[in-house]
Unconditional design. Structure first.
Length: 350
């Protein structure tokens, strides 16, 4: 079904730069494939041919790419091939499979590989669907700074262990009563600590340069995004200007005014037509409504003729209440037995 591919055909489909870093990995078969391709001699004997299941190779290459993106190595633009091999040890059981996956990623333009000072370095594409850019001087400089950072960190770790050893030797010499030896160990410890401090300063400087490089790359990415946004905005506003916008608004306002005039005209025609209608039928209908309303009138009680007393003011009410209170007090003093029915007494006074 065409899902299998010879290893030699797969290598031939990849960019020829794979030879610069892949030589020595596939020792015999690439040599035979190269000789047969260059010399055109198909009589060169071949051992068993390796077949590649292309879909599985693509899936595994995708796993390698995602593993790199989710690891701490993705913070750097380039990575050493040895570090990448250690990272992918769980996915690639052998070195041959690892290099086949790298070839597939190189074929997809997602990685590029370069040999620098005898060591191979790999550069990955920054996005999931992006294409990797060629290795440039900045990438090589960043890689060298990364190597320097790694070497300085290893040196600091080694010197820290050495200083700790000098401290233990001085302690042992003190227990043994060898004062001079203990002093020499302490002096060696002090020298080692001074070297550690110097290395820390250098390491901070290297890390600061790397941080600035990463920040500049981020700034460049933002700048490119802004530039693309400005270009898109120019294209979208190409046919738009202030004068045309004002003209368009004036046209809209003029059309709205015309629409209002048309609506008023149509409404006036309707009113005139209604006025011209015959009103005799309307008058007859109005008379019939009046007659019906007179028949359905309800008998109401007569209007009372008694004149209502004027309303009592608040002052009069308070004076009346005071009189009632005094009267109730006198009644309580004269007839103590009536205190059991105060409510009845008040009711009688009222």
């Amino acid at each position: 079904r065409g899902k299998l591919q010879r290893e030699s055909d797969f290598m031939a489909s990849v960019d020829s730069s794979w030879i610069s870093w892949g030589v020595g990995v596939f020792i015999l078969k690439p040599l035979k494939w190269t000789l047969s391709s260059v010399l055109g001699d198909s009589k060169i004997p071949e051992e068993e041919e390796v077949l590649i299941y292309v879909e599985l190779l693509q899936e595994k290459a995708e796993e390698v790419y995602r593993l790199y993106q989710s690891s701490a190595l993705s913070s750097h633009p380039v990575v050493a091939l040895s570090e990448l091999r250690s990272l992918c040890a769980g996915l690639c059981p052998d070195e041959r499979t690892f290099y086949l996956l790298l070839l597939q990623l190189q074929k997809e333009k997602r990685v590029t590989i370069l040999e620098q000072n005898g060591e191979k370095i790999v550069k990955f594409a920054r996005g999931l669907h992006a294409k990797v850019s060629p290795m440039n001087d900045v990438d090589i400089g960043v890689y060298q700074l990364m190597q320097s950072e790694q070497l300085l960190s290893q040196k600091v770790e080694s010197l820290s262990q050495e200083a700790e050893k000098c401290k233990e030797d001085a302690r042992s010499a003190c227990r043994a009563g060898k004062k001079q030896l203990a002093l020499r160990c302490l002096k060696a410890k002090r020298r080692t600590e001074r070297r550690i401090g110097e290395l820390h300063s250098k390491l901070d400087a290297v890390q600061g340069i790397l941080d600035r490089i990463y920040a500049s790359q981020t700034d460049q990415m933002v700048f490119n995004a802004y530039q693309a946004g400005v270009g898109a905005l120019k294209l979208s506003m190409r046919d738009v200007s202030v004068e045309r916008a004002e003209n368009l608004v004036d046209q809209i306002q003029e059309l709205c005014d015309t629409q209002d005039e048309v609506a008023q005209t149509l409404a006036g025609v309707g009113i005139n037509g209604l006025a011209e209608m015959d009103t005799e039928e309307l008058e007859k209908e109005l008379d019939s409504l009046l007659q019906d309303s007179s028949k359905d009138s309800v008998d109401l009680p007569p209007v009372p003729q008694k004149v209502l007393s004027p309303p009592i003011s608040d002052a009069e009410l308070e004076a009346e209440l005071e009189k009632l209170s005094l009267s109730a007090g006198d009644t309580a003093q004269k007839t103590p037995s009536a205190s059991s029915e105060p409510k009845t007494a008040l009711g009688l006074n009222l």
